[in-house]
Ligand binder design. Structure first.
Ligand code: LLP
Length: 420
């Protein structure tokens, strides 16, 4: 459920008419709904209510906007971060350091030290090499870092290849068969408090089956580690739950996920941790865009050229992702069109030959389900500005990330003296 609906023939975000935002901020612009974020945060928490005190860490990478993080912090969410930059954002949003989990396959020594000093709650170690480095750094600065070992269960998540993370040939974690030995060696290091394991097998998962398979493997691993004498108190089950991008998508709902988790983890006797991203933020945001013009295309299918492009919303170009496209003031008429942006490459295509609401020059439209992995993946390609973000709350809205104009970006570049 989300709060982007028609009211009197005009698409609204909660009670704000999208044309009002376009007038005030210009387009393209990301628009988030606070009520939707809160609802999703609550639904996910509810889904896990059979568990004893689960730890909820929003995957900041999905939507790192400071105001969005603030909304989730107020919902009692911590954060899953993968860089010093994400950590700083989570802290700036008021998340408690102990509620922050530091994941990521390439943490630098600098990031590790900053996280130790900030008092981050847990490091999810992705290799023996990283674990050893963390141990040395922690010991040097007299810390004992809480850590879990991320394992790679070699399970096919059945999602797009570029967002699958739990296959043996993916770069993430340590192979599950090597895990007991590595865990044993890391647990012996003075700077570490090894307390469990983590996994995350991929994103936009549309079936619970691979998750269940992976969790069962983790259950066996926990038993083995305990037999080896280790004290396992925390297991981080990652994120990955898919969302509905198009009408016939049928992702598992959070309640079904929660039931599966409760069933599979019964008797594990650990604190379970979760890193949901997309399921919280995906349908809580849209990308509002304006049609620049419509030009004829092959086979009588025109190109609707919108002012948003692949630099603003990269998912279609990167993963052939589908985002529903709707007119902000639909007339009821439909047309077949290719939806493209202004960037000078064919990859800047949002949809080919799609049946959409009829639109013409200057009409406003939205791409739905753009609240996760949208603005955060924007770039300035083609010397376009960085897309702004707006948060709606009932009948008010605020700019929560300013548009960064091309001139601002140009001003940060310098021609050396010796070129003058
Ligand atoms: N935890 C870890 C360790 C992750 O790597 C990820 C996502 C998550 C949690 C959150 O997963 P979620 O619940 O959002 O599925 N840019 C891609 C998605 C990349 C996801 C990377 N990792 C996209 O636009 O589809």
């Amino acid at each position: 459920m989300n709060h982007f609906e028609l009211q009197n023939g005009v698409l609204h975000a909660e009670n704000v008419a999208l044309p009002d935002i376009a007038d005030a901020v210009g387009t393209p612009v990301y628009v988030y709904s606070r009520a939707t974020l809160e609802r999703h945060a609550q639904v996910f928490r509810e889904a896990l209510s059979a568990l004893d005190n689960p730890h909820l860490a929003f995957a900041v990478k999905a939507n790192p906007n400071l105001a969005v993080l603030k909304v989730l912090a107020k919902q009692g969410y911590g954060a899953d971060v993968v860089s010093g930059g994400e950590m700083d954002r989570a802290l700036a949003a008021g998340m408690a350091p102990e509620d922050i989990v530091f994941s990521g396959v390439g943490k630098t020594a600098e990031e590790i030290v900053a996280a130790l000093k900030a008092g981050i709650g847990q490091f999810n170690i992705e290799s023996e090499e990283e674990g050893r480095e963390l141990a040395i750094l922690a010991d040097t600065f007299s810390y004992r870092a809480n850590a879990v070992l991320r394992i790679n269960p070699d399970v096919d998540a059945g999602t797009h290849g570029k967002i699958s993370t739990g296959k043996a040939d993916n770069k993430f974690g340590v192979g599950i068969h090597r895990a007991p030995d590595i865990y044993g060696r890391l647990a012996a290091l003075p700077g570490l408090n090894m307390r469990g394991v983590a996994l995350h097998i991929g994103s936009q998962l549309t079936s619970l089956e691979p998750l269940e398979t992976a969790f069962r493997k983790v259950g066996d691993l926990i038993a083995e580690l305990r037999e080896d004498g280790h004290i396992i108190t925390h297991v981080d089950l990652g994120g990955g739950l898919g969302v509905k991008y198009r009408a016939d998508d049928n992702p598992p709902d959070p309640a079904a996920y929660g039931q599966m988790v409760a069933r599979v983890t019964a008797g594990w006797n650990v604190r379970l941790m979760f890193e949901p991203g997309r399921v919280i933020a995906g349908n809580a945001g849209v990308l509002l865009t304006r049609v620049i013009r419509v030009k004829p295309g092959a086979g009588n299918i025109p190109f609707a050229i919108v002012d948003a492009a692949m630099n603003d919303l990269a998912r279609p170009a990167l993963y052939d992702a589908w985002h529903d496209f709707e007119a902000v003031e639909p007339t009821g008429q439909k047309m077949a069109a290719n939806i493209v942006g202004p960037v000078c490459e064919t990859g800047d295509t949002f949809a080919m030959g799609r049946d959409i609401d009829s639109v013409g020059a200057n009409d406003l439209a939205i791409f739905r389900t753009a609240g996760a992995y949208g603005a955060t993946m924007a770039s300035t390609y083609n010397s376009r500005g960085l897309v702004p973000e707006v948060l709606v709350d009932g009948d008010k809205f605020a700019i929560v990330a300013e548009r960064i104009a091309p001139a601002t970006i140009l001003a940060a570049e310098h021609v050396p003296d010796w070129l003058e």
